[in-house]
Design a protein around this ligand. Structure first.
Ligand code: BGC
Length: 518
């Protein structure tokens, strides 16, 4: 009898192990995905993403300095839909243990967060390190690791010490490169023994379009007709700012690779915003316009950091408005080889040519955006399901096409999907129950994850997926009225409540990957 019991025990153990191990694929080669379409590689990261200004709050706590978003939201509350700001945000600074508990119940094996630059260096290079900031991130990193959750750290996600704006206009000056490297070095030194996934900048392309072309984000610089600002030049400054961001990124990568990587054994990349641009017709002009739209968006950053030069479409159209890399800079760009690229992806558009044909004015139609007009519709047909958020169109096929495009263009470079998610625009009549029963988000995520699997079957070398976002949070110009969270956050009590999408994602991760048992 006893022997029989032991036999049954061994068999059940084996079958448990078989179930666990069979739910993900041991070799990370995407070829295996062909054989088992339900699984991701065992080392695949399933995570949730956040950023410092949108989450931390504690805007003047324990030595943090003022940053560009503190100043912008305080000086111009009217620019934020609910006239709110990130002073408190979702108070992750004080509630990170509770949030890690939520991550544990979700089953994510990684958490993407960013460093608040002015918490670590309140005055950039011009003051001392705020060691309370270092302690905060050390505690966060240790707590994540103790739950088996890998920290995936972005050095900079839109916020920087206001002092850098006041002293030399931040990204408009090459000085900003030195400041960024200074921050990067401190972060590698203090956190790199435990952080194995680094990204330098979050979406410089999208950020700079908003801050220096349209002028809707701080420092609110632009010129007519691109936006309504008191200073700036939309035809030159975006390209200067991006040039400095690209070089700052390359210098940070260089420091990591020469000083830290061998010992710390981490990997480093950059995050760009991507959208799929579908030519509105089969005409050569529209096909070329869609390619120009890519050139003026994600390739603007990725081509230089990977190939050491700007896309030819930009060079041809912009001429001297596009800064040049010196020979030494080209060498440095090529030397600082990226380990991966981080892809943020939310939407797709139709693209219509405005270079050879006359066009209506609109997003993308100008020279500085590549003469490629972005449209939601072709006649009666929309690019995907349109939503309450003007820029978010549900078109998962565009995601698959985008990943295949990047795979081709950047020679099968490893990628992490660093953000993908769905925003619920809260109207006065929206109830909490409606926000909690977020079936649209589930439909969106499930479609985009299917598209991701298809792209991986096509050969895209994708190593992880981060949902944007863990919690509802401060959504920039939309304030707290546009909610991306898997967890609802009450605006008064900050209580976190799981939405339907949280249990859906938990099941999804459970079914597709059980790497936490390894
Ligand atoms: C940004 C996030 C933002 C999200 C949704 C991304 O472009 O990195 O900070 O919250 O889009 O708008």
């Amino acid at each position: 009898m006893e022997t029989f019991a032991i036999f049954v025990f061994i068999i059940s153990l084996q079958s448990l192990m078989f179930n666990v191990y069979s739910s993900c694929l041991h070799q990370s080669s995407s070829e295996n995905i062909l054989e088992d379409s339900s699984s991701f590689p065992c080392d695949f990261l399933f995570g949730a993403a956040s950023s410092a200004y949108q989450y931390e709050g504690a805007f003047l706590t324990e030595g943090k300095g003022l940053n560009n978003w503190d100043i912008f939201t305080h000086e111009y509350p009217g620019k934020i839909r609910d006239e709110n700001n990130g002073d408190m945000a979702v108070d992750q600074y004080h509630r990170f243990m509770e949030d890690i508990q939520l991550m544990t119940s979700l089953g994510v094996n990684s958490y993407r967060f960013s460093i608040s630059w002015s918490r670590v260096l309140p005055r950039g290079r011009f003051g001392s390190i705020n060691y309370s900031g270092i302690t905060y991130y050390n505690r966060l990193i240790d707590a994540l690791l103790s739950r088996g959750i890998k920290p995936f750290v972005t050095l900079n996600h839109l916020d920087y010490p206001q002092e850098l704006e006041n002293r030399f206009q931040s990204w408009l000056s090459p000085e900003m490169q030195n400041d960024f490297v200074y921050l990067a070095n401190i972060c590698f030194k203090h956190f790199g023994d435990r952080v194995k996934h680094w990204t330098t900048l979050n979406e410089p392309n999208q950020q700079i379009i908003l801050s220096h072309l349209k002028g809707t984000f701080p420092p609110s610089r632009c010129s007519l007709p691109y936006g309504n600002c008191s200073q700036g030049n939309s035809e030159t400054e975006p390209f200067i700012a991006a040039h400095n961001a690209i070089l700052a990124h390359a210098k940070a990568v260089h420091i990591y690779q020469t000083k830290y990587q061998e010992e710390q054994k981490g990997i480093i990349g950059i995050v760009v915003q991507t959208s799929w641009f579908e030519p509105i017709s089969d005409s050569i002009a529209d096909i070329e316009a869609a390619e120009r739209a890519q050139a003026f968006y994600s390739n603007w950053i990725l081509d230089p950091v990977i190939h050491g030069k700007y896309p030819k479409e930009m060079v041809n159209l912009l001429g001297s408005a596009l800064p040049r890399f010196s020979r030494k800079e080209v060498e440095n760009l090529k030397k600082s080889r990226l380990d991966f690229i981080g892809i943020n992806h939310y939407t797709s558009y139709f693209i219509q040519d405005c270079l050879f044909s006359s066009c209506n004015t609109g997003d993308g139609a100008s020279k500085v955006e590549g003469f490629a007009l972005k449209l939601n519709r072709k006649g009666n047909v929309s690019i995907g399901e349109l939503t309450d958020v003007p820029w978010q169109h549900i078109h998962p096929q565009g995601f698959q096409k985008m990943l295949n495009y990047l795979t081709d263009r950047y020679h099968n470079i490893p990628m992490f999907i660093t953000e993908n998610g769905f925003g619920d625009l809260q109207k006065p009549e929206t109830t909490v129950n409606e926000l909690l029963n977020d079936t649209k988000r589930i439909q969106y995520m499930s479609g985009y994850l299917d598209a991701l699997k298809s792209a991986m079957r096509d050969g895209a070398n994708v190593k992880g997926y981060f949902a944007w976002s863990l919690l509802d949070n401060f959504e920039w110009l939309y304030g707290y009225k546009l909610r991306f969270g898997l967890y609802h956050v009450d605006p008064i009590t900050l209580k976190r409540t799981p939405k339907l999408s949280a249990s859906w994602y938990q099941n999804y991760i459970g079914e597709h990957l059980r790497s936490r048992y390894h």
